[in-house]
Ligand binder design. Sequence first.
Ligand code: NAD
Length: 446
Amino acid sequence: MTDTYTRLVSQGLGKDLAKRLGLPQPAVLRRYTPGQALVNGPVLVQGSTPGADELATTLLSWNLDVRRHAVPGEKLGAIILVLDGLAAPADLEKPVLSAAASLRDLGPSARFITVSRPAAEAGSPAEAAARQGVDGFVRSLAKELRAGATANGILLADEAQSTSPSTLGALRFFLSGRSAFVDGQFLTVSSANGVLPADPDQPLAGKVAVVTGAARGIGAAIARTLHRDGATLVLVDIPAAGDHLAAVANEVHGTALQLDISHVDAGQRILEHTLQRHGRLDIVVHNAGITRDKLLANMDHARWNAVLNINIGAQLRINEALLASDQFRGAPRIVSVASTSGIAGNRGQTNYAASKGGVMGMVRTTAPLLAARGGTINAVAPGFIETEMTARIPFAIREVGRRLNALQQGGLPSDVAEAIAFLASDAAGGINGDILRVCGQNLVGA
Ligand code: NAD
């Protein structure tokens, strides 16, 4: 499902006309389907460190068509630039300009991925400058690439290496069609934890997952995606959405739990239902959320409290119940849905942005508590996603909102779901306390 304008300008007469009139020409993005090739074409691995050599050797074992040197004119599926040995900004010139020479050879929906180290852990100002330089470089390149190609980066923190399980997991995610709407972003691998799945098309096999707000929109897409990836599902939504919830639960062969997550005992109810029906609980996705938009000057207590209570208060209370339980052990996973509004701010959404900023603060601080039991907690921050919620925005405002990102289109609920499925998988076991934006790289705000 792509928006009508994108379909019109992607072929034939519409394509020619849009080009002549200088109108945006969003590409039809390559999205993941099971069995699909990881990447469309050879993968050029650049960089002269031992980390680059080890990574290239690992990718060869995945049966990818790996190049260590560009073959002029050959179309590429991806460029991976390993920059894990930078000591000063001058070190950027050679590898970056060498990769630049191959940019014109990138095919449609190709990938450019850097592997580098975080500035916060640098040993000197010059080293920090070089490392932070990678951030600005990748975010700018992402805005230059066309035809659905994206640029993203992986940061190796602490003891993480270029071939640590979650470095490879993040690399697979970024290379694949699962990351279609993730652009100009970084994932931080903070430990050597994590395991690559035996079957890349069933990374959640054997897991039991709870998804809140699953009756429609992004929550229903999360349920479908986790089911496709092998998980058994418990779907939660308010009683008023019971029929829709039952329909989604039937579709994914899961169980439905009618529950308002803002009830004080919601965490206990979720635990009891899931353990009774399925005997275990591995993954909780906090997706349910509401908006009650008003300029702050017109804000009332009811709007403020409803949004804060459902969007962050409920998540805090449910997490407390989960962490108090002996049954939520054995590498448990929590993934929360935040929003780019909570990062960049949005007019009329002070309450919503406060709640979503709250989600991100909560995720960072809860991370060590999950790490203590071998688990992780992360968040995704969606930008403009095509849902019933955004379909209600007046046409002109909607059209501006959906085009103002590097990919010139809105994302699909499945794009958010893919990022969540990755963060919930064993391959992401070394990624903890991170926030991943799924926003096509919004052009405005942070
Ligand atoms: P939606 O309104 O279509 O679906 C939200 C679901 O949550 C509904 O089924 C609703 O019944 C359920 N829900 C609401 N309050 C609940 C409660 N107290 N208990 C249990 N269930 C409850 O919204 P959506 O667009 O699918 O958004 C899903 C999440 O993604 C939300 O957290 C939202 O803030 C976030 N998000 C959406 C967008 C977007 O563009 N649509 C962008 C950024 C973030």
